[in-house]
Structure formats: C-alpha cells, structure tokens
Ligand binder design. Structure first.
Ligand code: IPE
Ligand code: IPE
Ligand code: MG
Ligand code: MG
Ligand code: MG
Length: 364
C-alpha cells in the first residue's frame, strides 16, 4: 500500500517518542511508587500504541483474499496516527489488576486491538456526510474523501467484524466470550451507537444537562469504560454479570470467577473491576467534555481534525450548555472522581492515573 499524503505533517495530532515502560506490579513497594510516578502519559501511549499497531499490522495476513482496496481503506484510518488512548487504557488497567507485562497478555493485547478497531470504525462513520460531515481526521483527509462513501462505510463495517474475530480467536478461551460481550454491549444500541443516534437526533435542539451527560456517556464514555473493564477482565480472568453496568449507569459487577493469571486474591477481583468501571465512567465523561472544549479552543493543526464545528452543526456540547469555564471545571471534577475510584488499586495503577490526567490536560 502506498501511503497517502496527509494535509498535516505526520505526528502533529498524535504521539511522541518515548521510552518503553517497565512497571513492576509490586503494589507494596514505595520505591516502585516513586519510579512509576515519573512515567509520563506520552511514554505510556507510545509504548502501548506501538504494541497495538504492530499487532494490527499483522492482521492483514489473515485476509489474503480480501479486496486490496478494502484492506487499504482500513489501513489508511487505522495507521493514521491516533493517540491509541483506548488500547493504552486496556493495557494499563490490565497492569493495575495484576498483569505483570500487559502487552504479553494475549487477552489484553487482543482486547486493546479490538477496541481500537471499533473506535476507528466509529470515527470513519462519524465523519461521513450523513453524520458530522468532516474532511479531516487524524491529520489526513477523512476516509470517505479518499476512498469514497461506499468504501468508507464498508471499511468501517469490516473493522467491526475483525474486532470480534480477533477477540474470538486470539483471547484466552476462558475470557473470550466475556470480552466479546463487553465490547458488543459498549458499542451497541445502549452504548456508542445509541449515543451517536442521540447526538444526531439532538442537533439544533437544546438538551438538558442530564440528557447531554447521557449522550456523552453513551457515545464516548461507553468505549472508554469498556476499555478499562476489558483490561481488568483480561488480567483477572473474568467476572460474572460483566455487561450489567450500562443499563442504568451503576456498576453492579459483584461476582467474580477464580483467576488463573492474576496475583490478586479472589476476594479482591470484584472490587477491582468495580473500581476500574467507576474510573472509566468518570474518565469517559471527562474525555468528551474536553473534546467539546478543544473544538472551541484548539486548531486543526493541533487536533488533526476540524475545529469550531460543533456550534455550526447545532451540536449539544458542554461549552454550549454550561460555558467554557464551567465545562473545564466539570472536566476537572470528573478527573478527581476518576482518580478517587482508583484509590484501592495502589501504585500498579499509576499508569492509569497518568492517562487520566492526560485526558483532561491534553491539547490534542
Ligand atoms: C475522538 O477520539 C473521538 C471522540 C470520542 C471524541 P480520540 O481523540 O481518542 O481520537 P484519536 O484516536 O486520537 O484519533
Ligand atoms: C464522536 O464525538 C464520538 C464517536 C463515537 C466517534 P465527536 O463527533 O465529537 O468526535 P469528533 O470531535 O468528530 O472526533
Ligand atoms: Mg459526532
Ligand atoms: Mg465528529
Ligand atoms: Mg468532537
């Protein structure tokens, strides 16, 4: 495949080079705590992003008979330089829940790749003329601008099927069906896709704050929460009732199975899963509030996508409803709540803490 020339210089909207991360999972070591305190979010995103990108690059060998133009369209968006935040959350949550080397945990790596496939699908479709009608994404012309609308729709569709194929074939059999259920639930009618429907339906109307919060939690928060849950499930070996959290926004994951891969005691697994679920819910809302803020305050060069789009499209946003200052304050409140939720997880969750701060402080 010949690389396409982007509108913006590569890497502008994406990740920086950084050291490979080696975090111990020794939760009791204060020395370790000081060491991971120095780990930066860009370094975490770089290391986990590289692992997931390498894995995604291998996938095309599984489709030797796939039409080359379809594979090219999929690769165009998958390797355009996204931040890889969701895969990093999967892998760091796995670490926080006891995986010593999360990128070497086959279930966690498959979950990270599957999540990025679903996320990238959501972006390709979000940009279509029938939806947000955007021309720039990840610093490049949007998929439909290069490949046409039909191919962009089909490339997105194929990313969905590959995501579930990866989980079914590459994750440990003991957790594969749980991971599939998590991703399907978070992507579907009560999650991301449902949220996209409410976002479009709400255009040119003024939603109440609770309704806007619901849209944001569904269209964006669901995948971020599922990223955390899937990392935990990969590390802990699963839990019963894993898909119940979406229905009313309250975590009700109380039962847990025995773990074969975790250093955590069985009695701690359900509370670890509840903790990362709560973390993900606050982080997910914070992420979309900041996305709304950056649409107003940032530039296409920094973000790799158009700015000042939301008001013109009649979108409901936090700055539109609350004003800029109150929106920034609300994002910070959500960050505090997210960090509070991790309290019981100790130093192994320091990577997650760094990612959470990045979400609220980011400029892209
Ligand atoms: C953008 O997500 C879409 C939203 C959910 C707001 P990201 O900002 O994580 O996009 P990439 O993956 O870095 O391109
Ligand atoms: C999109 O929200 C969330 C998705 C499910 C893709 P936005 O429409 O605000 O995302 P951007 O700003 O285009 O990345
Ligand atoms: Mg949108
Ligand atoms: Mg959009
Ligand atoms: Mg946006």
């Amino acid at each position: 495949m010949r690389p396409h020339t982007g509108l913006l210089a590569p890497g502008r909207c994406g990740r920086q080079r950084g050291p490979v991360i080696e975090l111990s999972d020794d939760r009791s070591s204060s020395k370790h705590s000081a060491a991971v305190g120095a780990i930066s979010a860009p370094a975490i995103l770089q290391a986990h992003g590289d692992a997931v990108t390498g894995y995604l690059k291998e996938l095309k060998t599984r489709f030797p008979d796939g039409p080359p133009r379809l594979i090219e369209a999929m690769q165009y968006s998958l390797f355009a330089g996204g931040k890889r935040l969701r895969p990093a959350l999967v892998l760091e949550t796995a670490r926080a829940c006891g995986a010593k080397d999360p990128a070497a945990n086959r279930s966690a790596l498959a979950a990270a790749a599957a999540m990025e496939l679903i996320h990238t699908f959501s972006l390709v479709h979000d940009d279509l003329p029938a939806m947000d009608d955007d021309d720039l994404r990840r610093g490049r012309p949007t998929n439909h601008k290069v490949f046409g609308e039909a191919m962009a729709i089909l490339a997105g569709d194929a990313m969905v099927t590959v995501a579930f194929q990866v989980l079914a074939t590459d994750a440990e059999p003991s957790v594969a069906s749980k991971l599939i259920a998590e991703l399907a639930t978070a992507s579907g009618p009560a999650g991301m896709i449902g949220g996209q429907v409410l976002d479009i339906d709400g255009e040119n109307q003024t939603l109440s704050l609770p309704d806007l919060k619901r849209v944001h939690r569904m269209k964006t928060g669901a995948l971020l929460t599922a990223s955390c849950r899937m990392g935990a499930i990969a590390a802990l070996g699963g839990s019963d009732g894993v898909v119940e959290w979406l229905s009313d926004g309250v975590s009700r994951s109380t039962a847990a199975s025995h773990s074969t891969t975790s250093s955590l005691h069985h009695s701690n697994t359900s509370s670890a899963l509840a903790a990362v679920t709560e973390f993900g819910r606050h982080l997910g809302l914070a992420f979309q509030i900041v996305d709304d803020v950056l649409d107003v305050t940032s530039t296409p060069e920094q973000l790799g996508k158009a700015t000042n789009k939301d008001a013109g499209k009649g979108k409901n946003t936090y700055p539109g409803l609350l004003g800029m200052d109150a929106s920034v304050q609300e994002a910070k409140r959500q960050l505090t709540a997210a960090l509070d939720a991790l309290r019981e997880l100790g130093p192994a969750a320091d990577g997650l803490r760094a990612l959470a701060r990045f979400v609220v402080e980011r400029k892209h």
